[in-house]
Write a protein that binds this ligand. Structure first.
Ligand code: ADQ
Length: 489
């Protein structure tokens, strides 16, 4: 990997995800303004110096006209992004339908949609067809931009068909696929009508990655039980071809969070928050408003805690920041009303003229405001019913080096496997258990908090997003080299 003059050539990495890491707003017929959204994946890949990353994905907007498409493509090219244009019907069937209505709940153990069995079965087929079609559209764009030697890294449940589509184009393409959600037990996966097609399509990849060893094991079991293939310690074997399957737990750009605490604006925020909540312990929840995050269960556990511990009623406040997502979906609207209703009831029950026990915000916070909140928090409550990893727990730990706050963490979040020794682990369905964990966290002696925090801080700062990305891509390169050697033998 060197040029003739000895300068290293950086390997090109094509990162393919449903959404590009930008928000695009149309300002005129051929004019777009773009803003990069600094999510975990973006920070992870910006930090990886040996690859030159390009992004391929949907820009999140419908652009029916060619003038608009050409202008957006040009604008995105400056950000090293390449768009896949999906029309409204495809987005409806593939993204809202198959991805979010079928795969997302199933992978989080919430089952397949129940409403009307027959209608679901009929629409299931058309949604699955749209899913395959959309994946093929992503593959077409990848194939158009692919150059020999590139690494193609496909992300998440939206693109399970992509490895197959890519290998059909070019069997020599280096293809990795990583799942950000849990992969459920094979008993859950086998209820999916398209269970075999999806597994086979993923197996076309050279390397398949998950956040935890358990998810990798579930995937291998699904392949052995449903497809009758052979599972090996390395992965899954089909007629002599091995697909490597392994765990690659994601991390965060911890330095970015630690550095943010020094920013004057953040320091100012911290000061304001401390004054605002002086004399009270601060508990914090930060989630997308999604069924899987267990927000109603968390708030009910807090209510139980207040019910049983009158001493704490005016000495603790819960700040729940919930970013609304998928607001057009009735189930999500129902969840929002349910949360509002519970919060209203608890504030009515335990509030006073001057203070309420729960501050619930239906909104997203900017990065600096979020860091300040993490920094003043005494107890963070991450009680997802299921969660691939959960990065909020990592971000909280990164911002807690002066406070040594306590993390209450669901045992069903992937993060429980990495932060389990430092956090108080709970079953989020057991409200009594969560309520008693709140009591334990609030009363925890400083020494124990210190010990637990050190453990987690060490983990969060040594298992970063950059390392995760480097590790996955170097494993993918090695896997392909080993496979070639095996074939030569
Ligand atoms: P998510 O389900 O989105 O990600 P998570 O890992 O917690 O869950 O990441 C959420 C991100 O959004 C965090 O960076 C957090 O700071 C931010 N965020 C959440 N609520 C916010 C708010 N109110 N205001 C501002 N920012 C907010 C999916 C999987 C996870 C997996 C990740 C990464 O569902 O399990 O950890 O991908 O693989």
């Amino acid at each position: 990997w060197e040029r003739p003059d000895g300068r290293p050539i950086r390997q090109r990495l094509l990162v393919v995800a449903n959404r590009l890491p930008v928000s695009a707003v149309r300002r005129g017929e051929d004019c777009w303004s773009l803003e990069i959204s600094a999510g975990g994946l973006v920070s992870a890949l910006l930090g990886v110096k040996e690859f030159e990353a390009r992004w391929i994905g949907w820009a999140g907007v419908n652009v029916p006209d060619e003038v608009g498409q050409r202008a957006l493509t040009r604008a995105l090219a400056e950000k090293r992004c390449i768009p896949v244009f999906l029309d409204e019907e495809i987005v409806h069937q593939y993204y809202n339908g198959y991805c979010n209505n079928i795969l997302w709940p199933l992978f989080h153990y919430l089952g397949l949609p129940q409403e009307d069995r027959l209608a679901t079965t009929r629409s299931f087929q058309s949604q699955f067809t749209a899913y395959q079609k959309a994946n093929q559209m992503f593959a077409d764009v990848v194939n158009k931009h692919y150059e020999e030697g590139d690494v193609v890294w496909c992300h998440d449940y939206h693109l399970m068909f992509l490895p197959k589509c890519l290998k059909d184009y070019n069997s020599k393409m280096k293809v990795g696929w990583f799942l950000h959600t849990p992969f459920p037990s094979s008993e859950i996966h086998r209820t999916l009508p398209s269970r075999s097609e999806l597994l086979r399509a993923v197996l076309a990849a050279d390397l398949v990655g998950f956040h935890t060893y358990d998810y990798a094991r579930h995937f291998v079991s699904a392949c052995t039980r449903i497809l009758g293939l052979e599972g090996t310690p390395e992965g899954v074997e089909d007629q002599g071809r091995l697909t490597r399957v392994a765990a690659f737990p994601i991390g965060i750009d911890s330095e970015r969070f630690i550095r943010a605490l020094e920013v004057p604006k953040v320091q100012e925020h911290i000061k304001e928050l401390k004054e605002r909540f002086s004399g009270r312990k601060v508990m914090l929840g930060v989630d997308r408003l999604d069924m899987i995050k267990g927000i109603p269960q968390k708030i009910l556990a807090f209510e139980k805690f207040l019910e049983e511990n009158p001493y704490w009623r005016d000495k603790v406040v819960l700040l729940q920041i919930a970013v609304p997502t998928r607001t057009d979906v009735p189930e999500y609207q129902k969840l929002t009303s349910q949360v509002h209703e519970i919060v209203g009831r608890i504030n009515g029950r335990f509030g006073t003229l001057t203070a309420v026990p729960i501050h619930h915000l239906d909104r997203s916070l900017d990065f600096h405001a979020l860091c300040a909140l993490y920094a003043v928090t005494d107890v963070a409550l991450v009680t997802s019913l299921r969660d691939g990893m959960n990065l909020v727990s990592y971000e909280f730990v990164a911002c807690q080096d002066s406070k040594r706050g306590v993390l209450i963490l669901s045992e069903f979040a992937g993060a429980a496997q990495s932060l389990g020794a430092g956090a108080i682990l709970v079953n989020p369905w057991n409200i009594t258990e969560v309520a008693s964990a709140i009591g334990q966290a609030l009363n925890m002696p400083a020494e124990e908090r210190e010990k637990r925090h050190r453990h987690n801080f060490e983990h969060v700062t040594t298992h970063t997003a950059q390392q995760w990305a480097e590790f996955f891509v170097s494993e993918l390169n090695d896997t392909v080299i080993e496979a070639q050697q095996r074939i030569r033998k």
